[in-house]
Design a protein around this ligand. Structure first.
Ligand code: AMP
Ligand code: MG
Length: 325
């Protein structure tokens, strides 16, 4: 029997007000964004933010993204808001881009894992924006799942993942339907002299470069444990073992499912799920396909890795992490 937080759907003002009241009183609310569902707390309340880490089982060395409802709100949380931040925010917000900038002292250290910087993002989802506005505070929010597990892209994924959380921690889950982007935000650091891509995501590197000029990859710079926690080698993983076979060479044994891109599987007796051929649609479908495969209790999941093109960078990144033991 399910006994976790309740799910409520829609953009009903009285529901948003109720959720905002939970946020102001230091409790958590799970809410939809265009990327994945978030587990939000008042970013200015250290005790509330501590509940996020405890519900997720997230190590304190992983900083949280702070969600805002306007560029002005972002600016008020940044110690420095360089012209490049403004150009990027004007172009890509609301949307799946997190900007890492120097933080204001008002943001508690627990939010940023003691870093002097903060990741800021304005999500493109009416429910997320309405919640931030109604609460009147920025929301610290990682994905609404247990640490290292698959990110949720539906309210039902959240409900199952947080089923063991007590309702004194998570006030409620707002249901906004399936996430449109379906993969986490791009994280771009603009604290140094050049822009550094800490995590590929919903906005592609070439889109960024059209505004920011050349963007260095995180691998090219020092990636310390705190610099980019989304870069934990194992992350975004289903419970079922996941393989990335070449040329359709799926495992010989067991009953598995093959997420096909173009290459057919070598074994005929496996379940096949044809994935979308466009990168945008593939990203939107990926986590749901993995959640479903987990539900169906296969011995393994094999994924036909999409090609090595620029638009596939985020999808390939998530699949490689999901395949890491
Ligand atoms: P998630 O688990 O999806 O919430 O991941 C949060 C992501 O935000 C991580 O992958 C980090 O790369 C990034 N992040 C948040 N805050 C910072 C920060 N201050 N410095 C660097 N990366 C950050
Ligand atoms: Mg996450």
């Amino acid at each position: 029997m399910f006994s976790g937080p309740s799910v409520f759907s829609g953009l009903d003002p009285s529901l948003i007000e109720r959720a905002a009241t939970f946020i102001r009183s230091g409790r958590l609310v799970a809410f939809p964004t265009e990327t994945v569902y978030g587990l939000g707390a008042n970013a200015l309340d250290a005790e509330a933010v501590a509940r996020i880490y405890s519900v997720k089982g997230r190590p304190p060395s992983s900083p949280l993204i702070v969600h805002v409802a306007s560029i002005e709100m972002a600016e008020s949380l940044a110690a420095e808001w360089p012209p490049l931040a403004d150009r990027l925010a004007q172009k890509f917000w609301p949307g799946p881009l997190t900007l890492v900038v120097k933080k204001q002292a008002a943001i508690p250290a627990i939010v940023t894992a003691n870093l002097a910087t903060v990741g800021l993002r304005m999500p493109a989802h009416p429910i997320a924006l309405a919640l931030i506005q109604a609460a009147g505070v920025p929301l610290a929010a990682p994905s609404a799942n247990r640490f290292t597990e698959l990110s949720p892209t539906t309210a039902d994924h959240v409900r199952r993942s947080l089923a063991s959380s007590s309702s004194s921690e998570v006030g409620l889950i707002l249901d906004g339907g399936p996430c449109q982007v379906g993969i986490e935000s791009t994280v771009l650091s603009i604290v140094g002299p050049g822009a550094v891509l800490l995590r590929p995501g919903g906005i592609s590197r070439s889109e960024l470069e059209s505004v920011a000029g050349p963007v260095a990859a995180a691998q090219e710079v020092q990636a310390g444990p705190h610099l980019a926690p989304g870069m934990h080698p194992r992350h975004y993983s289903p419970r079922t073992s996941l393989y990335l076979p070449e040329n359709g060479n799926v495992p010989e044994r067991g009953h598995g499912i093959y997420l096909q891109y173009r290459c057919p599987a070598h074994r005929a007796d496996v379940a096949i799920r044809q994935m979308p051929l466009s990168a945008v649609e593939y990203a939107a479908a990926l986590y749901d396909a993995l959640h479903q495969a987990d539900e169906e209790n296969y011995d393994w999941i094999a994924v036909d890795l999409p090609p090595d093109g620029a638009e596939w960078e985020a999808v390939r990144d998530r699949l490689k992490r999901a395949a890491t033991k």
